[in-house]
Design a protein around this ligand. Sequence first.
Ligand code: PBG
Length: 333
Amino acid sequence: MPLHLLRRPRRLRRTEPVRRLVRETRLSVNDLVWPLFVHSEPRSIEVASMPGVFRLSPDDLLRACSDAARLGIPAVAIFPSVNPDLKDPLGSHALSPDNILFHAVRSVKALCPDLLVITDVALDPYTSHGHDGILAANGVAVDNDPTVEILCRLAVMLAQAGADIVAPSDMMDGRVRAVRESLDVAQSADTMILSYAVKYASALYGPFRDAVGSRIGKNTISKATYQMDPANRREAGMEAELDYNEGADIVMIKPASYYLDVIREVSDNSPIPVAAYQVSGEYSQIHAAARLGWLDLERTRDESLLAIKRAGADFILTYFAREMAESLMRRGG
Ligand code: PBG
């Protein structure tokens, strides 16, 4: 005897056309931002802990950006990998006209004017200790207010180099308002602020720190003194609201996969768009498992990104952006 069930949810799962029809969440190329690393060397070098991700030569950066534009990826986020000889405790190279990031932004905007360029505003690529700001005289903390002053100057220089969006990733208090004011005074009122509003002190940034050479030493202060405690959800709402009130155009949550509850909560309450950063460690974990033959790379990649979108992210920074865009194009968008 067949069961007389009024509800048979499996009816809507039987074939791909039905599944396509009732699918709630879809990933598209419009959801993707591609983070790219650039260094001043003439050759690109693969980051050992991030298969398929390179510290790009300036020429290869331009190639990657024209690929992004051709694929319809709306934005790239460019990170500099600075020669260790140029680093000092104050991160002085950040504000040097020779900072390779300024050159990179200028050349990308000249080649691909319609591709949005996002740049971090933080000092970690430039400081010898790897912190996002400068240390207080007693050396026990990153000094908030003097750091913000430097970040404001960096943000203005990035805007003047052509960055469409500046992204304070430092987690200093009050930096969004200060950066907004500095941009406005410097006649960069159109430059957008994507704030790393909800950035957790995460183990998952390890491979990124390999890529930009910002691993911090074991005996120094911890980034947990400024990045958020992974245990805290309520605080995320407060951080997002603060940055909204300080003038952020978009708030971001980072990392993404371990923080889907936070993405949901912030996106339910945010009056402005919400981004999520699928960080280096999320990417590397998927690759590592795939290399061992334990997970299917493409399916895990697709599912990870879909989950972040389903949680409420309006767009996603992901090292999978290019291959995801290519795969979506092959599948007809
Ligand atoms: C720098 C910054 C970090 C990331 C983005 N911007 C690292 C950090 O805070 O130590 C991490 C991104 C990733 O892991 O992919 N402030």
